[in-house]
Design a protein around this ligand. Structure first.
Ligand code: SF4
Length: 428
């Protein structure tokens, strides 16, 4: 039997696509293995959203080249391939390159044995799941926002939506197979329906809550998509995780304008306030970029103070790195690496404080949590709960299983403050 491994860098959309690529191989007799088990095919699904993501992608490719079986193939796919790199040119004899719009053809080209059927939304779907317990479901691709720092509109193309029937069929099949949680993903998820007539993300969510899937998590959504109708709907649906990841990027209006973001800090503040009024226990996370051109000390302080006063529960912090093709790459700016590192560290620290405060809130208020069990380490099962906090549940009777959905309540913080020790709820 031939062996296949897959390494995924970057976003949830890539994670979904990796599952789907893997599924095509496994359905044709391959077995999934780790990179250190000498695979015959090693796939690297790359990312180029930051310098670091590119570095990690190159590292993964080098590792794969060293690890494959004799005569094995290294397949490199995804955004970094679209962007291009001299690294690929140097290694062209040993690797097979697939840009985003050819990911659905990887199996066909490597094995030349399945029929292709290209369409506008490149169907790369799977009813199987090998890499995740909470399964990503891709519903959208592409973006036309052209934020000044972002390469994705160039490597992913214009917004396209996956046909509704195909999404619902996949979700129903996953539910039948026992999957409890799906994570809706897209490059710009809020743009779902942009290319359809009179059909939007809210309509899709309305259909999805009627399926048998028990928990639906939304991956990152841009702030402007949280209008009153959306917030009202989210607050009324028990199946939708009270966890929203909303990119902020900067707490300075000057920097936001330079970034070509279309909201102000006061718009953002209002949106968060509206979500918190409707769903007081909601976990809200933000992406923030430090060191963007024009981010002086004063503008950075504005970002810090703005976030300090926002009721958010965690932060994802990135250091700006210029990306080819983008508007920001032409902006003059020579901030030292030491300064941007310091800014990043202070925001990471603030993010940790926010996370701790939120965890303590969940304990004090005895907020009911729902968690799909992932892995067991000694006597504890671990999971990322619906409120996006890692939880640890003691398996008292040794009856729990991977993929089970448990209702739990937080008892205390773990020793390293990285999660919550929880106990099972016996009531709703
Ligand atoms: S919304 Fe902005 S940051 Fe997000 S993918 Fe589109 S261009 Fe990139």
């Amino acid at each position: 039997m031939k062996k296949i491994s897959i390494t995924t860098l970057g976003c949830k959309t890539n994670q979904f696509e990796s599952e789907a690529i893997l599924d095509q191989f496994i359905k044709h007799g391959y077995v999934f293995c780790n990179l250190n088990e000498k695979p015959d095919i090693a796939i690297i699904n790359t990312c180029c959203v930051t310098n670091r993501a590119e570095y990690k992608s190159r590292y993964a490719i080098r590792r794969a080249l060293k690890s494959i079986s004799q005569g094995g193939k290294v397949v490199v796919a995804g955004c970094y391939v679209n962007k291009g790199s001299s690294f690929f040119e140097k290694n062209l004899k040993q690797i097979y390159l697939f840009p985003n719009n050819q990911k659905h053809e990887i199996f066909y080209h490597i094995e030349k044995s399945i029929e292709e059927n290209p369409q506008d939304f490149l169907e790369l779907s799977t009813d199987s799941y090998y890499l995740h317990t909470r399964v990503p479901v891709k519903v959208q691709d592409g973006c036309n926002f052209f934020c000044a720092y972002c390469i994705l509109p160039f490597v992913r193309g214009k917004p396209v939506s996956r046909p509704l029937r195909s999404i619902i069929d996949q979700v129903n099949t996953l539910a039948e197979k026992g999957v409890k949680e799906i994570i809706l993903t897209g490059i710009n998820l809020g743009l779902y329906g942009f290319d359809l007539e009179n059909y939007h993300l809210l309509d899709l969510l309305n259909e999805l809550v009627q399926t048998d899937i028990q928990q639906i998590r939304l991956s990152s959504i841009e702030p402007m998509f949280f209008d009153d109708d959306m917030i009202r709907f989210l607050a009324s649906q028990k199946k939708i995780c009270p966890h929203f990841h909303i990119p902020l990027q900067s707490g300075s209006d000057v920097v936001l304008a330079k970034m070509n973001r279309t909201y102000s800090t006061s718009d953002f503040e209002k949106i968060i306030e509206n979500i918190k009024i409707a769903i007081p226990d909601a976990a809200i996370g933000c992406d923030v970029i430090v060191g963007f051109p024009g981010e002086t000390d004063k503008e950075f302080c504005k970002t810090y103070n703005f976030i300090e006063n926002l009721p958010v529960s965690y932060l994802h912090v990135f250091r700006y790195s210029p990306r080819k093709f983008t508007k920001a790459s032409e902006m003059q700016w020579d901030l030292s690496g030491t300064v941007s590192k310091k800014r990043m560290q202070s925001l990471l620290k603030l993010g940790q404080t926010k996370k701790n405060e939120y965890s303590k809130y969940l304990i004090e208020k005895k907020v009911p949590l729902k968690a799909v069990l992932e892995t067991k380490d000694r006597e504890y099962w671990t999971s990322v709960s619906d409120h996006y906090v890692r939880v640890f549940l003691k398996d008292e009777n040794n009856t729990a299983k991977n993929g089970m959905l448990k209702k739990v309540v937080a008892r205390e913080l773990t020793i390293d403050n990285e999660g919550l020790i929880v106990e099972e709820c016996t009531h709703d």
